[in-house]
Design a protein around this ligand. Structure first.
Ligand SMILES: CC(C)(COP(=O)(O)OP(=O)(O)OC[C@H]1O[C@@H](n2cnc3c(N)ncnc32)[C@H](O)[C@@H]1OP(=O)(O)O)[C@@H](O)C(=O)NCCC(=O)NCCS
Length: 159
C-alpha cells in the first residue's frame, strides 16, 4: 500500500492547456450555470491556450498527475480560480490562494460574480474585503459583479 499522494502546487506548463481548459469549462458549468454563455467551448479552449496561459502566471494544484484546480495571476490581480467539480470544499482553493498570497504578498484584487455566494464566502474567509458592487457593465457576461481586495496589512497576518 502506497501513501496517499499529496496535492502540490506548481507552475502550469503549455502542455497543461487542454486539461486546464476542460477543467474551467466543467467548473463554470457546475458552479455558475446561470451565466450567459458568450463564447463557444472551442473559443474558451483557444483563449486558455493562446491568451490566458501565455501571460502572467498560472499555477495548478495537482494530485497524482491530475490537475484538480488552477489559478491565474496578473501581478496583484487574481484573474481565475477554478477547481474540478467534486473537489470543492477540501482545502484545494485555500492551497492555491496561499500560493497567490506568496507571489503577491502585499495585495491582491479580484472580481467575482455577486451571485457566486460560495466564492464570496471563500474570499471573505481569507481576509478579502468588498471594494464595490457593479451592475455587470464591466464584464462580458453582463452579470452583476463584486470587486474584492486583500492587503496583508488588513490583518497583519503572516505570509
Ligand atoms: C470557490 C472555490 C475556489 C473555493 O475553493 P475550495 O477548495 O472549495 O474552498 P476551501 O475548501 O479551501 O474552503 C476554505 C473556506 O472557505 C469557505 N468556503 C468555501 N466554500 C464555501 C461555500 N461553498 N460556502 C460557504 N463557505 C465556503 C469556508 O470557510 C471554508 O472553510 P471550511 O470548509 O472549513 O468551512 C471552489 O469551490 C471552486 O472552484 N468553485 C467553483 C468555481 C468558482 O466559483 N471559482 C471562483 C470564481 S471567482
Amino acid at each position: 500500500m502506497g501513501a496517499t499522494p499529496a496535492v502540490t502546487t506548481e507552475r502550469a506548463s503549455p502542455r497543461d492547456a487542454g486539461e486546464i481548459a476542460e477543467l474551467y469549462l466543467a467548473s463554470r458549468a457546475e458552479a455558475l450555470p446561470y451565466l450567459r454563455r458568450v463564447h463557444s467551448d472551442d473559443e474558451v479552449r483557444g483563449w486558455i491556450t493562446h491568451v490566458r496561459l501565455v501571460s502572467g502566471e498560472t499555477w495548478v494544484a495537482r494530485k497524482a498527475r491530475r490537475i484538480l484546480g488552477f489559478l491565474c495571476l496578473d501581478g496583484e490581480n487574481l484573474d481565475q480560480l477554478y477547481l474540478l467539480p467534486g473537489q470543492f470544499r477540501r482545502g484545494i482553493g485555500s492551497l492555491l490562494l496561499a500560493k497567490a498570497k506568496e507571489r503577491s504578498p502585499e495585495r491582491l484584487t479580484l472580481f467575482t460574480f455577486q451571485r457566486n455566494t460560495a466564492a464570496r464566502a471563500f474570499y471573505e474567509r481569507h481576509g478579502f474585503r468588498l471594494v464595490d458592487l457593479n451592475d455587470g457593465e464591466r464584464n462580458e457576461e453582463g452579470e452583476p459583479d463584486a470587486l474584492y481586495e486583500w492587503r496583508r496589512s488588513f490583518s497583519g497576518e503572516p505570509l
